[in-house]
Design a protein around this ligand. Structure first.
Ligand SMILES: [Zn+2]
Length: 405
């Protein structure tokens, strides 16, 4: 090997080591887009995502139908009784305890590269402790320049997360009514879809796109009725929700209106109003942060949905591979190959390491045949001397059936 080639290889290796991860997230927010108008509008670019999406046109708002609290819930993964934002002033908030999900993701992977492009300055100025590497303010309702700013961000090979936010649909609603029978409102949705087409083209044109695993989330914060929103009507609470990529199941989820969740009196949150089992089965605002976060930190084995320190309200809609099980109330682990003949790998044990939870193998008659308290996220178990047959691998309360052959 020549010295020159060796030098090139070293540079390549260094670049590889510092290259960003493959799992990436594009979050697209369209303010004030009620579900019936969204379904009626001609939105070929967003519709193009549906075949590879978990999506719903009956995702129900679970809090206050205003932008401040709604986008805060979308970004933090908790309801307003935790993040405390109840209006567009953000005057009350608890971003220290419940930061936006890029900050949580960076607790796991500090080098993640995250950008926001937003047409509404408070999303950048008032949502603090947010973890953005770059925050780009776009002019309100500018749509195309906003998309152009997003496209510039997408040309950064190291980018891991981009949130791009469009405000024009909400503004047209306020000026001309939120209604599927208002052509100005519907056309505003179509214009944003067209700009999103450009953003998606830039995403697909990334030189590294084929090797990347993008999760694309497209959501709105609330609907509207007449010239307003902030109330509890169906028109204000009915949402749509899209998560597209190979990391999610490809399915449409339909849920009947569960009724109002906006049960505040003197700013006291009445949890009796919240139908938690129903929320766990249908995509809602807190699920955006939890699903995006789960995708970004997936390789760590941490499931943000059940990580007690984060205390999030949302659900992760990521598919989990065969062999994945819950580890107690927090985290997930992976087992492969299964069936196994030589060496079984168990990965995603960070939570078990933290909590000193043993990994144990039991024979089908309940005899413990092997056990270790893991000190690393990944362990290997040599099964060559095990009798052939079925074993139960236990980590905390989670059990996985293993076939040794
Ligand atoms: Zn509005």
């Amino acid at each position: 090997m020549t010295k020159r080639l060796l030098a090139l290889l070293l540079i390549f290796n260094a670049a590889f080591l510092f290259a960003s991860q493959n799992r990436k997230v594009l979050l697209i927010g369209i303010d004030g887009t009620r579900s019936d108008a969204f379904q009626l509008a001609n939105t070929p670019h967003i519709d193009g995502l549906l075949a590879t999406s978990t999506y719903s046109y009956d995702s129900w708002h679970t809090g206050i139908t205003m932008s401040g609290p709604s986008w805060t819930t979308i970004l933090t993964g908790v309801q307003w009784n935790k993040h405390l934002v109840t209006g567009n002033s953000f005057s009350a908030n608890d971003f220290t305890t419940y930061p936006p999900f890029p900050t949580l993701a960076k607790q796991v992977y500090p080098n993640l590269n995250c950008s926001i492009v937003a047409e509404w300055d408070p999303l950048i100025d008032n949502i603090t402790n947010a973890g953005w590497n770059r925050a780009i303010k776009a002019r309100d309702e500018s749509t195309w320049p906003t998309a152009d700013s997003a496209i510039i961000e997408l040309q950064n090979p190291d980018l891991d997360l981009l949130f791009v936010y469009f405000d024009s649909v909400d503004m047209r609603g306020h000026y001309t009514t939120f209604s599927p029978s208002n052509p100005i409102y519907v056309k505003a949705i179509e214009a944003v879809d067209s700009a999103i087409g450009n953003v998606l083209d830039a995403l697909y044109a990334r030189p590294t796109y084929a090797a990347e695993d993008w999760l694309i989330l497209v959501v709105t914060d609330h609907g509207g009725t007449s010239f307003f929103h902030g109330g509890n009507s169906v028109e204000e609470r009915q949402m749509w929700w899209i998560a597209s990529g190979s990391a999610v199941a490809h399915q449409q989820i339909t849920k009947a209106d569960p009724g109002t969740y906006n049960c505040r009196s003197n700013l006291v949150y009445d949890t009796a109003c919240v139908d938690l089992p129903l929320l766990k089965n249908s995509p809602t605002h807190p699920d955006v942060a939890v699903t995006a976060l789960h995708h970004l930190i997936y390789e760590s084995g941490i499931n943000p949905e059940t990580k007690t320190e984060w205390n999030l309200d949302g659900k992760s809609w990521l598919l989990t591979p065969t062999g994945i099980d819950e580890v107690g109330m927090s985290g997930t682990f992976f087992v492969y190959p299964n069936p196994v003949a030589e060496e079984l790998t168990v990965r995603g044990l960070q939570y078990a390491v933290e909590k000193q939870i043993p990994v144990e193998l039991f024979s089908v008659d309940g005899k413990k045949v092997w056990s270790v308290t893991p000190t690393a996220n990944t362990i290997a178990i040599n099964v060559q001397n095990f009798a052939k047959g079925i074993y139960l691998l236990k980590v905390g309360t989670a059990t996985k059936k293993i076939a040794v052959e």
